[in-house]
Design a protein around this ligand. Structure first.
Ligand code: F3S
Length: 691
């Protein structure tokens, strides 16, 4: 049997010949592809009338979510209106614009040409004569572009009536054009008649090439056949015309698809021809041919009905199917689904990981459960997805988590307007900005690709959308951490925590679910004007619990360390009787304060500044000056240090005198009395600075 072209005649077996130009014409193919493209891109479409005159294809598009409407006003909100290949009148475009409805225009370019001619010629005042079906959508669209007088006829007889009835118009400038799918031989008759009757006539041959070719082929095949089977919608004007053409030559059956085959009789037919209208999908023609071939070649085995039953095992978009892997390529997996379609899974429908190697994930012979994503009956393929089926299972999990309040984990995959999207078990959960961070107004960008925990707040089962909250999950996690903290909290416990905030009176440190406060006086051994002099938000600090009040949930923290206490440092470095180089830091009427070590200043009483009498410390010393002193006393309890320049000088003088005496006595050595180290001067007045 040949599918296309003529086969050599076999006298024992009937032949079936399919006309080469059967099925979709260019304009219909373009419109169907446009509709499928929009639907697959997630655009909701409403078609102004069925996209094509084929019930199976209309059903298939409806399965993908397309709705059919009669006028722009019927378009549901959020839908894009698709203008089909037949085109529409000018007022429809105007209405779409007025209502602000988005639309996609799939008008066939050949039809658009007719509309343009009609609009331009009528604008010039010419009468438009249309050869076509008055009620056909294409003709209605053409009339919708005419601004003046027009007449429509579907046969030579009707044209004759019009010419008679509107005899005055015959003297006017007239234009003759045709519906693109008008019967070619009838057109010739009408054209010849019009040329004779209308005195000022311009003819535009607007029957499209696809139609002419199809009708010529059908006529030739019908002449050579005993029976013609014309496949296509009963509403399809061009299919009806094909059947008319064929009936002129042999017994002809017009069927919509293989399901109508059981109603036809092929007995005695040796040569069977098949043709199909411009809106008949290839898979229907293929199916008709296959069933006819099988029945005619094996009449004893199966009837049309039985063949039909088995051939209609098909799959549909959205269906779950079991499939066996037959081949694993680098970017695609081929599967057998047990139907007439060849199944395949593109890599991005199998995994989210663009670097994954499919051969490491799946092997030939593996059984997979998959979701039918798209069925292309023209090509006989079905695109399947594992990822989406997983996502469906994931959505069940998300819905369950909404009920059980389970905390889910996911990864932030996108920052979107108003929040972010987190992916969990293949489901994208929207997290509003107000629920994405602990504090409002925090930047979301740093969260991209980060792992997050969240609780599901809301699920829309129909729209398969879920809303989550990271903040709610954090609150819950904090509550658990808080309870754990209080179980173990005790004075003296040491923690490493992050500084969360600073106030004028101290720093708040996160201890893990609970905040404690370090009072400003606890931040340093030195005087501190503001906590920010010592700490910054985000610093990780080691703190210890100084005091806790579990009732009021208050925790006082200590931050200063004993080893940093300057009085301890002093104890390790100096003792009374030591000398030291110090810097004068302030002057008072009763003496000068000098810095011994950071955090400890000692007093040089005015009487201890010099061996001479000093009226005022400022007469001898100035701040910033470095002097050598003798540490004459350290009182750790009162935190006071007494220093003396005078005692040091006297000791030095005494030493010198001793040395001089040694020289004078010819080398005799006397044991020198120790220099008298002055007691710490009375520091009733401001004492050494407490730190
Ligand atoms: Fe266009 Fe001709 Fe088809 S006009 S829609 S290509 S029949």
């Amino acid at each position: 049997m040949c599918m296309r072209g003529n086969a050599a005649l076999d006298l024992t077996m009937p032949t079936i010949t399919v006309a080469p130009h059967s099925g979709y014409c260019f304009g219909v193919k373009r419109a169907v592809e446009k509709a499928e493209g929009l639907l697959n891109a997630g655009t909701k479409i409403a078609t102004l009338g069925p996209v094509i005159h084929n019930p199976q294809m209309v059903k298939r598009l409806a399965g993908l979510g397309a709705v059919v409407i009669d006028s722009p006003q019927d378009a549901p909100p959020g839908y894009t209106v698709l203008i089909r290949a037949h085109g529409v009148g000018k007022h429809v475009y105007d209405e779409l614009e007025r209502l602000g409805i988005p639309y996609a225009d799939a008008t066939c370019p050949d039809v658009r040409r007719v509309h343009t001619i009609a609009a331009e010629q009528s604008a010039m005042g010419k009468v438009i004569l249309i050869a076509g079906e008055r009620t056909h959508p294409e003709v209605i669209g053409t009339i919708g572009h005419i601004s003046g007088e027009w007449h429509c006829f579907s046969s030579l007889a009707e044209l004759g009536e019009i010419a008679e009835k509107h005899s005055l118009s015959r003297q006017k400038s007239c234009v003759l054009l045709a519906q693109t799918t008008f019967n070619a031989s009838e057109w010739k008759k009408c054209r010849d008649f019009a040329k004779n009757v209308y005195t000022n006539l311009t003819v535009f041959d607007t029957i499209c090439n696809a139609t002419i070719l199809r009708q010529n082929e059908a006529a030739r095949l019908a002449r050579e056949s005993d029976v013609m089977v014309v496949v296509g919608g009963k509403d399809s004007s061009n299919t009806v015309k094909l059947a008319q053409v064929c009936r002129g030559h042999c017994r002809t059956f017009h069927i919509e698809g293989p399901e109508s085959l059981s109603g036809i009789r092929l007995e005695g037919a040796q040569r069977i021809g098949v043709t199909a209208g411009a809106s008949t999908p290839a898979f229907i023609i293929k199916e008709v041919h296959k069933i006819m071939s099988d029945v005619l070649n094996h009449p004893e085995e199966e009837s049309f009905e039985e063949m039909l039953d088995s051939s209609f095992k098909t799959i549909h978009t959205g269906e779950r199917v079991k499939a066996t892997v037959t081949n694993v390529g680098p970017n695609e997996i081929a599967v057998e689904v047990g139907t007439k379609q060849s199944g395949y899974i593109p890599m991005n429908e199998f995994t989210d990981d663009p670097n994954a190697k499919l051969s490491e994930l799946v092997a030939v012979g593996d059984e997979l459960e998959l979701l039918v994503q798209r069925v292309n009956d023209v090509e006989g393929t079905a695109m399947l997805s594992k990822k989406r089926l997983d996502a469906m299972a994931g959505f069940e999990k998300v819905m369950a988590a909404a009920d059980t309040e389970e905390i889910l984990e996911g990864v932030v995959v996108e920052i979107v307007k108003g929040g972010l999207l987190a992916l969990t078990s293949g489901v994208r959960v929207f997290i509003p900005a107000s629920q994405a961070t602990v504090a409002r107004g925090q930047e979301l960008e740093p969260m991209l690709r980060q792992k997050v925990s969240f609780r599901i707040l809301e699920v829309n089962r129909q729209r398969r959308r879920a809303v989550g909250s990271i903040r709610a999950a954090l609150r819950e996690q904090n509550r658990a951490l808080e309870a754990k903290f209080w179980e173990a909290a005790a004075v003296g416990n040491i923690y490493n925590g992050a500084v969360k905030s600073l106030t004028s009176y101290g720093a708040f440190v996160d201890l893990g679910g609970v905040d404690g406060m370090v009072h400003i006086s606890e931040l340093s051994w030195s005087r501190v004007k503001h906590p920010s002099d010592v700490l910054a938000i985000g610093d990780i600090v080691e703190v210890y619990i100084k005091d806790i009040d579990p009732e009021k949930k208050k925790i006082s923290l200590g931050y200063k360390k004993t080893e940093d206490n300057p009085w301890e440092v002093l104890r390790s470095k100096y003792a009374a009787g030591d000398t030291a180089a110090v810097e004068i830091v302030s002057l008072t009427p009763f003496g000068a304060f000098a810095r011994l070590i950071p955090g400890v200043d000692g007093l040089i009483h005015v009487s201890q500044i010099s061996t001479e009498r000093v009226e005022k410390p400022g007469d001898v010393l100035k701040t910033g000056q470095e002097v050598d002193v003798l540490i004459t006393g350290i009182d750790y309890e009162k935190k006071r240090v007494s220093l003396s320049i005078r005692a040091l000088l006297e000791a030095q003088n005494a030493n010198r005198e001793t040395e001089n005496a040694e020289d004078t006595d010819g080398g005799l050595v006397y044991e020198a009395a120790p220099p008298e180290v002055g007691e710490a001067p009375d520091q009733e007045e401001p004492a050494g600075e407490d730190v």
